[in-house]
Design a protein around this ligand. Structure first.
Ligand code: NAD
Length: 481
């Protein structure tokens, strides 16, 4: 039996330099600490918790530059993009305060016979949060902030690929006055994730990551329907371009959808569905744009459009998957190549997979866009839905009537018209169907899974009588003697 891993390191994908090293955490002691703290956090007033999180937003704003720098170094994403992630972390607080008030408000209703009915919400208790590496601050924060506002305590396990950002984020909560016990950080890989998920001391799990891990968690949680499980998973997202009058705009939307963040977004377009016979100019324009994309170190000048993927393992897997598509009849228009032998910089790839029989319904989490040519719009919709996932879908071009058809028939939690598949608005719910989630959407609706409703019929004094079904005490058969 191999010895348990006791330390964790993270290296910068763009340089290979060591960034962070630390000990693998102990879920048992972290859950214990959170359990010890949650009742006191839950008993603070809502105003106190909101005020504390506003201080967290201020702390993040004050440290925005070093925070963004760390995100850029640890993920390899361009500095400008890391800055937008920090902005999202800061904005999450106000959005979550508004969402808590709107989605889980206190309500008073009139009950039967003049009783008052109150609807209030209670926190679950201790919630585990498992984060992915692609937005290592924004996505866990998107669970943690609403969960803290609702009065839960948190045990957060960052991705093993981004432990430094995870630790930094938790440091900011503490600096702002969130009690140390109310947010705990436990470092480690999937084994620590499994141990945390199966810990009897948690009341639920908020997960963002791959469908593979989400399905494993779903099976595990089948034994504990008493605990809340929110799964935000991946996608195999279609982008349909149909009768688009502006080819350059359509090509630009395709490039943004597929290659922002080096394709490491859950909402990235993976499949470009085009009309046979109308496609060549669009493809040629996409090629011209991607050949100009700057792929470089996050801090490079001029600023890059995209950086490397997260590590060499991910780059190797993506290249293998791309070669497999080629082996099965895919025609590479731009290959998924390494820019720099031993670093995970990949060039944006385009591959026509129309002739590939039984196309794999897999999320290629990197800069690779598959093209599928179809004869008519019905076939485009069939192709768009030819996936077990259902996260994001876009139509570019067409008329309002065509968009109505697209919207009505395509199965996804984000459906856009004349915009990219990615960049979802943070003031709206965000989640997918099929393998993309378990019907617990996040973002604005995160409030829904952070608290449960309690309905109470209430009166100042007890008044009661039984109106029907009681025998008359004065009836002769009920009189004694
Ligand atoms: P991942 O599933 O490999 O890891 C996510 C987290 O789960 C990590 O902390 C990891 O250590 C942990 N984990 C992995 N296997 C586990 C298991 N069996 N039990 C318990 N914990 C486990 O995901 P990733 O590679 O870090 O992130 C990329 C994936 O996340 C992509 O599929 C992407 O589409 C998805 N994603 C989804 C959303 C969304 O909101 N829907 C957002 C961002 C990323």
């Amino acid at each position: 039996m191999s010895a348990p891993v006791t330390s964790l390191t993270s290296t910068e994908p763009a340089t290979g330099e060591l960034l962070w090293t630390g000990a693998v955490g102990d879920p048992d002691s972290e859950v214990g600490a959170a359990r010890g703290a949650w009742a006191s956090w839950a008993s603070r007033s809502l105003a106190f918790r909101v005020e504390t999180l506003r201080r967290f937003a201020n702390a993040a704003r004050q440290k925005a530059e070093p925070f963004a720098d760390l995100i850029a170094r640890e993920t390899g994403k361009p500095l400008w993009e890391a800055r937008t992630e920090v902005e999202a972390v800061i904005n999450k607080v106000d959005i979550s305060v508004a969402a808590y008030a709107e989605r889980t408000p206190q309500r008073r209703l009139e009950g039967a016979m003049g009783t008052r009915v109150a609807v209030r919400h209670k926190p679950h208790g201790v919630l585990a949060v498992l984060g992915p590496y692609n937005f290592p601050a924004h996505l866990p924060n998107g669970h943690i902030v609403p969960a803290l506002i609702a009065g839960n305590a948190i045990v957060f396990k960052p991705s093993e690929k981004t432990p430094a950002v995870g630790a930094y984020l938790v440091g900011l909560y503490h600096e702002a006055g969130v009690p140390e016990g109310a947010v705990r950080c436990v470092q480690g890989g999937p084994e620590v994730g499994k141990a945390l998920a199966s810990h009897s001391g948690i009341d639920g799990l908020l997960f963002t990551g791959s469908a593979r891990a989400g399905l494993a968690l779903s099976r595990q949680f089948a034994e504990t329907p008493t605990k809340i499980l929110a799964l935000e998973m991946g996608g195999n997202n279609p982008l349909v371009v149909w009768d688009a009058p502006d080819t350059y705009a359509a090509a630009t939307i395709a490039v943004q959808s597929a290659f922002l963040s080096a394709g490491q977004r859950c909402t990235a377009a993976r499949r470009l569905i085009v009309r046979e016979g109308q496609h060549q100019e669009l493809i040629d324009t996409i090629v011209r744009i991607i050949d100009r994309l700057i792929i470089d170190h996050p801090h490079a000048n001029p600023a890059p459009f995209m950086g490397p993927v997260i590590d060499n393992v991910a780059a190797d897997q993506l290249q293998d998957a791309f070669l497999e598509l080629m082996g099965r009849g895919g025609r590479a228009i731009r290959r998924l190549d390494r820019k720099d032998g031993d670093k995970p910089f990949l060039t944006p790839a385009l591959i026509d997979v129309t002739e590939v029989a039984k196309r794999p319904d897999a999320e290629l989490f990197g800069p690779a866009l598959q093209i599928i040519r179809v004869p008519d719009f019905d076939a485009a919709i069939v192709e768009a839905n030819a996936t077990r996932y259902g996260l994001a879908a876009s139509l570019v071009g067409g008329s309002p009537e065509l968009y109505d058809r697209f919207w009505a028939n395509v199965r996804a939690g984000v459906i856009n018209w004349n915009g990219p598949t990615n960049g979802a608005p943070s003031k709206a719910p965000f989640g997918g169907i099929g393998l993309s989630g378990n019907h617990r959407p996040s973002a604005y609706y995160a409030a829904d899974y952070c608290a449960y409703p309690v309905t109470s019929s209430e009166a100042e004094s007890a008044r009661a009588n039984i109106g029907v079904g009681l025998a008359d005490p004065n009836a002769p058969e009920n009189l004694e003697g």
